[in-house]
Design a protein around this ligand. Structure first.
Ligand SMILES: CC(C)(COP(=O)(O)OP(=O)(O)OC[C@H]1O[C@@H](n2cnc3c(N)ncnc32)[C@H](O)[C@@H]1OP(=O)(O)O)[C@@H](O)C(=O)NCCC(=O)NCCS
Length: 174
């Protein structure tokens, strides 16, 4: 069954909540604990991404099976970036090209329509080689380790890599 990529809108929040709840069960995926996945979290990033960023969904048979978003922080000096990029695909739909299509559409949209965006940033767990390779293949550069940034449990931390992608069409014009 084919899937479609659309811009996300606020009416999709509850479908996105179900998606994020499924994905948060997978270890080594998003840097969010399952107990943090609630409607407030979803609506928070969705509103910011719609207002000052970009959020896309993959839709299959009226279900949201994938989502990608990032937004510009409320800081003057960071107006040229989209940060905290997060991408998820329903665990039962992974490995079918949905994540790649979502990400490629996201970057193509930024190249065409977001000429004021120079940088897109994300974190990835260092040991998640599959994700690191995926992002490198899309043009992200590894900006290095951020030692012990991720808290796992008392005394146990993980080190993510910070990665950035640069918009070749950046002009600075909104
Ligand atoms: C990361 C994620 C979004 C990728 O989505 P997906 O739909 O499974 O990805 P795709 O099928 O488009 O594959 C993308 C790439 O991932 C890799 N990949 C996919 N399935 C794989 C598998 N079973 N084993 C190894 N690599 C695999 C490949 O490198 C693939 O590249 P290719 O297109 O050149 O083959 C998805 O796995 C996911 O939601 N993971 C949990 C959440 C997470 O880790 N999010 C990212 C952190 S914010």
């Amino acid at each position: 069954m084919e899937f479609k990529i659309n811009r996300a809108d606020a009416t999709l929040a509850s479908k996105m909540l179900s998606l994020y709840q499924k994905v948060a069960q997978i270890p080594d995926g998003i840097i969010r604990h399952p107990h943090e996945i609630n409607l407030e979290y979803i609506e928070g990033f969705l509103q910011k991404s719609i207002k000052q960023g970009l959020a896309l969904v993959a839709v299959k048979e009226d279900q949201v099976v994938g989502e990608i978003h990032a937004y510009t922080p409320d800081i003057y000096a960071f107006q040229h970036m989209l940060t905290d990029l997060t991408i998820v695909v329903d665990p039962q739909q992974q490995g079918q090209g949905i994540g790649r299509k979502l990400f490629e559409t996201f970057l193509t949209t930024v190249k065409k329509e977001y000429l004021y965006i120079l940088r897109i940033e994300l974190y990835v767990r260092e040991h998640n080689h599959r994700n690191v390779k995926f992002y490198e293949g899309l043009g992200f550069q590894n900006e290095g380790q951020q030692a012990n940034k991720i808290f796992k449990s008392a005394g146990t931390f993980e080190t993510p890599l910070h990665m950035a992608w640069f918009n070749p069409n950046y002009t600075g014009n909104k």
